[in-house]
Design a binder for this molecule. Structure first.
Ligand code: CA
Length: 232
């Protein structure tokens, strides 16, 4: 029996845009559920457990950012924010609240569909990695089970916090991880030390994995936001 198609929850209050998104995603074979307010979106979310959420920021009753925070408090589902071109602040806020990606309005349906596809694929890869499979990026291999990092075929020693950081970042390959999320994840939300600690750890990790501007950088700094591992 074929697997059920991925189910996508679209939380968007503008009827013509919501219809157009639904139409195009259904053409791609996805199962689409639309909600027009944040509150309804959360109801549907709990009911259908979607594989991905498309979330408008400007929603009546409850803002998309609040919806994002709520979803993230209970699920790792990929969230793509739909934002207005002029609202860079919303993008930053959304990413800090745990959204995975964003597209700015107006966007082409082709672009939207390709983002949906990429985020679903990433989530699937992530599931495999959560089962303790080896993480590989360029010359770096991290084995969570053996707690071992091999760079260019040589075992490299990592301190516990460095290892945790590296594993967290590698397991989110291609995704921006904000500084706040990293500090929260590795040091805990009650951490009040200054953010230099994170800089120092990142610097040590880069030295150990041989990550330099030249010949190439695997762990990229996203200015003002955080870090991400790239593999291309
Ligand atoms: Ca809207």
């Amino acid at each position: 029996m074929p697997a059920d198609p991925p189910r996508i929850l679209v939380i968007e209050d503008e009827p013509s845009l919501a219809d157009s998104i639904r139409y195009n995603l259904e053409l791609e074979g996805y199962d689409v559920v639309v909600a027009k307010t944040g509150r309804k979106g959360m109801e549907r979310f709990r009911k259908i457990a979607p594989s991905l959420v498309l979330l408008d920021v400007m929603l009546p009753e409850m803002s998309g950012l609040d919806v994002c925070r709520l979803i993230r408090s209970q699920s790792d589902v990929p969230i793509i924010m739909l934002t207005a071109r002029s609202s860079e602040g919303d993008v930053v806020a959304g990413l800090e609240l745990g959204a995975d990606d964003y597209v700015t309005k107006p966007f082409s349906m082709r672009e939207l569909v390709s983002r949906v596809r990429a985020n679903l694929r990433r989530a699937l890869e992530q599931e495999g990695e959560d089962r303790g499979e080896e993480l590989v990026i360029g010359p770096i291999r991290l084995n969570p089970g053996r707690h071992e990092v091999v760079v260019d075929g040589e075992v490299v020693e990592f301190r516990p916090k460095e290892f945790q950081l590296l594993e967290f970042l590698m397991s989110r390959k291609g995704r921006l991880v904000t500084r706040e999320r990293l500090i929260d994840e590795i040091w805990g939300s009650d951490y009040y030390g200054d953010t230099k600690t994170l800089n120092v750890h990142i610097k040590r990790i880069r030295a150990k994995i041989g990550d330099k501007k030249k010949p190439r950088r695997w762990l990229v700094t996203v200015r003002g936001l955080g870090y991400k591992f790239v593999d291309e």
